[in-house]
Write a protein that binds this ligand. Sequence first.
Ligand SMILES: [Zn+2]
Length: 278
Amino acid sequence: MSRRHWASAAAVVLTSALIAPAQAAAAPTPQPADLGMAQLTDLYVATTTDGRELLRFSAMIVNVGSGPFELFASRADTSSSFEVAQRTHHSDGSTTDSPTTAEMVYGGDGHDHWHVRDLEGYELLRLDNGVKVGTGSKSGFCFFDTDPYALDLPGAPGGPRYSYTTCGKQDSLDVSMGLSVGWGDEYPWNLPDQYIDITSVDNGKYRLRATADQGGLFTEASESNNVTWVDIRLSRRGGKTSVKIISYGPDALSSGGDGGGGGGGNGVGNGGTPPGHR
Ligand SMILES: [Zn+2]
């Protein structure tokens, strides 16, 4: 090789060294999930046979991030408790798993699969002073793609990618759950625990608030868009309790995040349970 070629080769090496930082910047970037809540729907008051009043509603947790929300839980044997890891996808297709403090609980009683605790929290607050007067009954969740929410988001699959089947059985040692970009996991009003007991709540104005990842157990792109709410008026007249909607708060796409707007449909009177749900 002539001296000139050596020089040329050296120049190439030097050039590579110079552009290396740019290549590093273009290296795999994390594509974090971003949890939020769609607008609450289907509010009504049910009276049980033993005289309790339940404020029922449909809620949907959604992923408006740039990658899927995935949890992988495993345990050594059936007498051990699960360790729960959150899996983050990267732009080159690689993934990394991070430990979480999330807990798993077995949902017997018709569910017959594993739930992750406290994925969502529901609270009823007095509108005048913020005092909490009720808490949602449901605390465990097997989440997956049940409803499209914002399929125009980059990376949103056109069809569901996750199902309840990976929530396992009682003796499972490995369980997983996922929620795709642009998809929601709806908990319809008629599910057994999908309510707040308002038997001892006075007439008046309240805020029904739903929070995704209320305990801050999971990593996501933004914590500022996890909450939605609806302000309501409870009234009892002639032995009948009714709920009237005053106004809606933001949802996952209209709060905090990058604008967007739009989002989930606000279905009314939808009584259906998605096939195989929970
Ligand atoms: Zn379940």
